[in-house]
Ligand binder design. Structure first.
Ligand SMILES: [Zn+2]
Ligand SMILES: [Zn+2]
Length: 272
């Protein structure tokens, strides 16, 4: 592969169109790029991964002066490492309160962005870092720049979900998506320092953390080592046995201890 050629340009174009894509889609993109540029697309998965890393690194060298970066993000709500690649704007926009993701979100008008900001603030205030659909919709009443009705709020949420800025959990509750977290890391760190954690294993930020009694926080996938079937894991710090939820949810230590206490008496944890 050349230092910077058509393959890089076409791959970057693909990323600009998509914004974010899961790993399978990224491999398909890479395969298309190879076909168009007469390059051999490797058969082996590990060689495909190596080629992907290589092309992304080369493109990132060019993007760096523009404050852009193609980066890997992992869905917080899975034990398996469900990986996405996104094109992110890395310029610190933590101060631009109402200009949330302005560059990346030209498709949204100021009222919609203000609405998104309210949704994000309320997600971050929520203990489980999620909002019921109806609660999110009702926030539209508080949009000052351009009040809109519930029906419209619903379609704005759908648009944000379709563009992968927000995501819907199985129970339809609204959560921050890997794309939002990847793009808005600075904003989240600056404005919600109290509500977010750094994962004790990978050191990256985690919104819907799994918490241990010793106050260490983890990504669900880090604690499960990417193993979908894993049901519990000892805390690497204090060796406390942490039950792994099926979807990444914050487990406040006390309620977890209570739950465990109800399930079994064999656990001789201290009585509080
Ligand atoms: Zn982690
Ligand atoms: Zn611990």
């Amino acid at each position: 592969m050349r230092e910077y050629g058509d393959e890089h340009r076409i791959f970057l174009q693909g990323m600009m169109c998509r914004g974010i894509a899961d790993y399978q889609e990224i491999l398909k993109l890479l395969q298309c790029v190879c076909v168009r540029c007469n390059l051999v697309f490797p058969n082996e998965k590990k060689d495909q991964a190596r080629m992907l890393v290589h092309i992304v690194q080369q493109i990132n060298t060019k993007l760096d002066p523009l404050g852009l970066l193609i980066d890997k993000v992992i869905d917080e709500d899975n034990k398996a490492r469900v990986t996405y690649f996104g094109l992110f704007n890395k310029i610190d926009r933590s101060q631009e309160a109402t200009e949330l993701t302005k560059k990346a979100m030209v498709n949204y008008n100021p009222g919609e962005l203000e609405f998104l900001k309210l949704v994000v603030e309320n997600i971050m205030d929520n203990e489980d870092k999620e909002l019921e659909s109806i609660t999110a919709i009702n926030l539209s009443r508080h949009v000052v720049s351009r009040p809109f009705k519930a029906l419209e709020a619903e379609s704005v949420i759908q648009k944000l979900v379709d563009d992968q800025w927000l995501k819907r959990a199985m129970d339809k509750s609204i959560r921050l998506s890997p794309r939002f977290i990847g793009e808005m890391e600075h904003y989240l760190k600056e404005n919600f320092a109290e509500e977010i954690h750094a994962c004790a294993l990978c050191k990256k930020i985690v919104i819907r953390a799994v918490l241990c009694n010793c106050s260490k926080a983890f990504h669900l996938y880090c604690l499960a080592s990417g193993d979908e079937t894993k049901e519990s894991q000892r805390c690497p710090k204090c060796k406390f046995k942490i039950e792994l939820p099926n979807q990444g949810i914050v487990l406040p230590s006390r309620s977890q201890a209570k739950k465990r206490g109800r399930k079994t008496d064999s656990d001789s944890s201290d009585s509080d």
